[in-house]
Write a protein that binds this ligand. Structure first.
Ligand code: GDP
Ligand code: MG
Length: 445
């Protein structure tokens, strides 16, 4: 009887759902955290409502308590809200010039960010032209020129007597002749939202075609960020946002506010004064920074990993049964990627057990990077094989290998190496599934 009872409790626990009380309690804490991160009141209120609706009645994941489950949902919603993936600046097709206009308050970081962007674009093989459009601040043109020189990028300037829309027009003509494919307009800001600033930006947009109007906003703007972003978006229309000064100790709530109120993607984040300190925006990182509940988030990750472990066990069973050809190999790399690493699967194989998994964790970041790159190349080679070759690796004679090398863009030595490694791996699988030995084992990729 007692065993039965235990099972009942187990099931109850498994089928646990979040009650309204659970959710309310947890959300109090979350609300505090978001406000402390300087997310705007309005945004917090709407956000909390969304999460509440989604949470009440939701299943509680194994390994989490109700409060942690709410944090998990909050984190997911935060990531969703901030754009579930990174967004790149869209360039015009072919050789057409992409015109980017920086907008934002004074001191937000427009001039610095313009130069940082020019550097990133140059690395991408573009030929950007920086345009000095802030004619009001005495040192603005000089500042742009100094930064541009460090980046090895040309500046188009007409001094401080010509109106910015005229400058923009002339700059575009110059860019056409000069073979520039990206034009970045630096503009003037004011300390506060102001009609003159807005109408000047609008005039520029009326004079030339601007493809990307980018709001540059200081992460320390705090509660004001919402108003600033909303005004800019309404008056001149935004295409994207760059949040600067995230190297400070602000938790970055402004990023969330701005995204929530404009719906426009955050493209990059400024992480310092140096011209290389502009980074791609990652919604997950930002979400966890704003939430500021790192320890709970790692707990959640662990609970998720436990579930992955179940999946990994299944996979290793399949691996053992399979003859293991190149198709299986492809499939397993896919699974590994989904599960976030090689270790999760290898650790499951008998004979290696946890020892292997532990060994994996000891790989340095560089080694892991390298392993992943190698894995990508192996995939490319396998994709260049015919289905028959994938099923029957013994078919691979020199002429076939040659064709594969060409298809994957590698040399034939690499194909040979891959085949050899694959065969070793196959052998290894056999030994391991027989409960073979441990140690002295080097990963083939
Ligand atoms: P603008 O008035 O909008 O053109 O702003 P500026 O580009 O002149 O930048 C104002 C100040 O903020 C400068 O001192 C910059 O060095 C600094 N700044 C800009 N972006 C960042 C950043 O991401 N981190 C830090 N720490 N400082 C920044
Ligand atoms: Mg400036």
């Amino acid at each position: 009887l007692s065993e039965k009872l235990q099972n009942v409790f187990k099931n109850l626990k498994r089928k646990g759902r979040l009650t309204e009380a659970d959710v309310k309690e947890a959300l109090k804490e979350i609300k505090r955290a978001l406000l402390a991160a300087d997310v705007s009141f309005k945004v917090v209120r709407n956000f909390i409502k969304t999460v509440e609706e989604r949470s009440v009645g939701a299943d509680v994941m194994n390994g989490l308590n109700p409060g942690q489950m709410v944090v998990k949902i909050v984190n997911e919603e935060l990531v969703n809200l901030m754009g579930s993936e990174t967004t790149e600046i869209q360039f015009q097709p072919g050789k057409a010039i992409t015109v980017i206009m920086m907008a934002g308050l004074q001191g937000a970081g427009k001039t610095t960010t313009a130069a940082k962007l020019a550097g990133i674009f140059t690395k991408k093989g573009k030929k950007p032209l920086l345009v000095a459009g802030d004619i009001y601040r005495p040192a603005a043109i000089k500042q742009l020129e100094v930064n541009a020189e460090k980046q090895g990028v040309e500046v188009f300037s007409m001094g401080d007597q010509v109106k910015p829309p005229e400058i923009a027009k002339a700059a575009l003509e110059y860019a056409n002749k000069n073979n520039n494919d990206v034009v970045i307009l630096d503009t003037a800001g004011r300390l506060h939202i102001d009609e003159d600033m807005m109408s000047e930006l609008q005039e520029i947009k009326d004079t030339i075609t601007v493809h990307q109007t980018i709001l540059v906003i200081d992460a320390m703007t705090g509660q004001d960020a919402v108003n600033v972003a909303a005004e800019f978006n309404e008056k001149i229309g935004l295409d994207g946002v760059i949040v600067t000064k995230l190297d400070g100790d602000t938790r970055g709530g402004a990023a969330l506010s701005v995204k929530a109120v404009t719906g426009k993607p955050i493209l990059y984040v400024g992480m310092g004064e140096k011209l290389t300190d502009l980074e791609q925006f990652y919604p997950e990182r930002m979400a966890s920074r704003i939430l500021g509940m790192g320890d709970v988030l790692s707990l959640i990750e662990k609970a998720e990993a436990d579930i992955d472990e179940e999946k990994a066990k299944e996979m290793s069973k399949k691996l053992k049964k399979a003859q293991f050809d190149f198709d299986d190999f492809l499939e397993s790399t896919k699974q590994m990627k989904n599960m976030g690493g090689l270790g999760s699967i290898m650790g499951m194989l008998p004979g290696l057990g946890g020892g292997m998994a532990k060994g994996m964790k000891n790989l340095s970041e560089d080694e892991t990077d390298q392993a992943e790159k190698n894995m990508g190349r192996m995939e490319a080679m396998i994709y260049s094989m015919t289905p028959e070759e994938r099923r029957n690796p013994d078919l691979l004679n020199p002429s076939r290998k040659h064709r594969i090398a060409k298809g994957a863009g590698v040399d034939i030595a690499e194909v040979n190496r891959m085949v050899k490694q694959f065969n070793e791996m196959k052998k290894m699988m056999k030994t391991m599934t027989k409960g073979g030995k441990r140690g002295g084992f080097k990963l083939p990729f």
